[in-house]
Design a protein around this ligand. Structure first.
Ligand code: 4NP
Length: 155
């Protein structure tokens, strides 16, 4: 399975999600692909926010080599599932869908844990370290579910 995580800037939440899932895939021998992207080019080509790098490192996960990239409609062809963090991401991605098949690939990441609730992973960018801890905690839960699912789809 090929998984893409999306957030606004691709420097806080989606790089964390990518790093946590990539770590679980290696630990559990899960084959597949994981990537992340954003919608805004403010930080194009930059590494993740130092606070996101820091919270991941506390869990022995190094996300410092990731670089910001912008979502492109061709990502709908590359990826099987696309997970967004919040309502704003959802409305942006909906505008980029080309057909029903594209739309079917998209969901809120926390629906992996609480199906149908459309719970958000709050944007930590203007917050304090507690919001980064909260983002990590939520994305850890979601990627546990995703790893289980990917494992059952690994031949
Ligand atoms: P992210 O957080 O979407 O989780 O990467 C943000 C990053 C940057 C900005 C906003 C949110 N920004 O306004 O630059």
């Amino acid at each position: 399975m090929k998984i893409l995580f999306l957030c606004l800037g691709n420097i806080c939440r989606s790089p964390l999600a990518e790093g946590i899932l990539a770590h679980k895939m290696i630990q559990q021998g899960i084959k597949g692909k994981v990537d992340s992207a954003g919608f805004e080019s403010y930080h194009m080509g930059d590494p993740p926010d130092p606070r996101a790098i820091g919270i991941a490192l506390q869990h022995q996960i190094d996300i410092s080599a990731q670089r910001v990239r912008i979502f492109h409609a061709s990502d709908f062809d590359t990826f099987d599932r696309i997970y967004v963090m919040d309502e704003s991401n959802m409305s942006m991605i909906r505008k980029k869908t080309r057909n029903q098949d594209d739309l079917k690939k998209v969901d809120f990441v926390m629906n992996l844990v609480y199906p149908g609730v459309n719970m958000e992973v709050p944007d930590p960018y203007y917050g304090n370290v507690e919001l980064f801890e909260e983002a990590y905690r939520l994305l850890d839960l979601a990627t546990d579910e995703l790893a289980k699912h990917m494992k059952s789809h690994t031949p």
